[in-house]
Design a protein around this ligand. Structure first.
Ligand code: SF4
Length: 363
């Protein structure tokens, strides 16, 4: 074990076997050492800083049918909602008025022209009303490169499209046959080609996944030269094919938290200067899960700024926290717990990843 930690502490590049060894750690002292080492790397490359991105969940209507997702097209138990343009703009401006500096528009996948145009209009209006000061990330699924370009030219500059599983076989188990791995990869390439700061991520601890798969996911992030990661532990939604196929999975919840934290730590140690989100899925497993994620190397938190009345409709998994809080309550509670970790919240900045500037040579 000391050899692994010697290598980690020396700052040497980690290889696939090191990542496997990290992901297999179970001893509490070893985990503490791991998280502390990852936190030190974060301090060196990012600083003692946390960026906030206000999330607006714009709609739970989706044309896709991913086997693990609570808002999949085939789930007839979900009451569907869709915010109109004015409501989305208001949500984004809430993030701006909270001085977050940056916001995310997230929603089920749609690619009809009416939707594409609506997003363009929202982007242009928010850019105008904030004098270009609010950074906007999109997470709206697979689109043609021409659509990505239109949204980029309308003012979005970061895009999150999770690969979910970099192993094509596992990807195939998690999705219907017409959701192809090749298309997902093509979209990720398009995003980089258009000029987006590109983020991706995976489901952590999903049935059928091995530790080796997760190590390969981390190597995939490195090879793809991504700028940011949004990944979280797999959490079960009962109205999904995956939940029905693995009915006993809930018992693994405790392991899921540690596995999620180990992935964050391993990603920070491997990729050093990227933006790394500490996601709400961690908070679903532990009330201070997101703060633990920060102390394991994460540097981004995405508070929900969606109007409270729409939050129950957007549940990719059950047990999602904060459904009945309003944005103001969430903001006060979150900012307090972040400060308790000793981290400084960065206000009024876009919070771009240092990696992006290094990759693109823009600084
Ligand atoms: S994971 Fe995304 S694309 Fe898949 S069904 Fe859910 S919202 Fe739609």
């Amino acid at each position: 074990m000391s050899t692994l930690f010697d290598k980690i502490n020396s700052g040497a590049d980690l290889d696939r076997q090191d990542l496997i060894d990290i992901l297999k750690l179970t001893d509490q002292d070893d985990l503490e050492r791991l998280f502390n080492a990852a936190y030190k790397v974060k301090l060196k490359y990012i600083g003692k800083r946390v960026s906030l991105r206000g999330i607006v969940e714009i709609s739970n209507k989706c044309i896709k049918d991913c086997f693990y997702c609570g808002i999949r097209r085939g789930n007839i138990n979900v009451e569907r909602f869709e915010l109109n343009k004015k409501q989305i703009v208001e949500g984004l401006l809430t993030a701006f008025n909270f001085n977050y500096g940056s916001a995310v528009m997230q929603g089920g996948e749609r690619n009809d022209e009416k939707f594409v145009v609506m997003i363009e209009e929202v982007l242009r209006e928010v850019k105008e009303r904030t004098d270009g000061r609010l950074g906007i990330t999109l997470s709206l699924g697979e689109q043609d490169e021409s659509v990505y370009r239109r949204w980029f030219e309308s003012g979005a500059h970061r895009y999150l499209l999770r690969i979910e599983a970099s192993n094509p076989e596992l990807y195939g188990m998690l999705h219907p046959a017409d959701h192809t791995y090749e298309r997902r990869m093509e979209c990720l390439h398009s995003l980089q080609h258009v000029g987006f700061q590109t983020g991706t991520g995976v489901l952590i601890g999903v049935p059928g996944q091995s530790i080796e798969d997760l190590a390969n996911d981390l190597m995939f992030f490195k090879k793809f030269d991504i700028d940011m990661i949004g990944m979280g532990p797999y959490l079960v939604h009962p109205d999904t094919p995956l939940a029905k196929k693995f009915p006993d999975f809930e018992e693994k919840r405790k392991d899921q938290l540690n596995l999620g934290l180990k992935m964050i730590a391993a990603a920070r140690l491997l990729l050093k200067d990227i933006n790394l989100a500490s996601t709400t899925a961690l908070q679903a497993l532990d009330p201070v899960g997101r703060e633990l994620g920060l102390l394991a190397g994460g540097n981004v938190i995405m508070p929900n700024v969606t109007a409270t009345e729409y939050r129950p409709g957007y549940q990719l998994y059950t047990g999602k926290p904060g459904l009945d809080e309003n944005s103001e309550q969430s903001r006060i509670a979150l900012e307090k717990t972040i400060r308790q970790t000793g981290e400084t919240i960065i206000y009024n900045e876009w919070g771009d990843s240092p990696h992006y500037f290094r990759r693109s040579g823009k600084r």
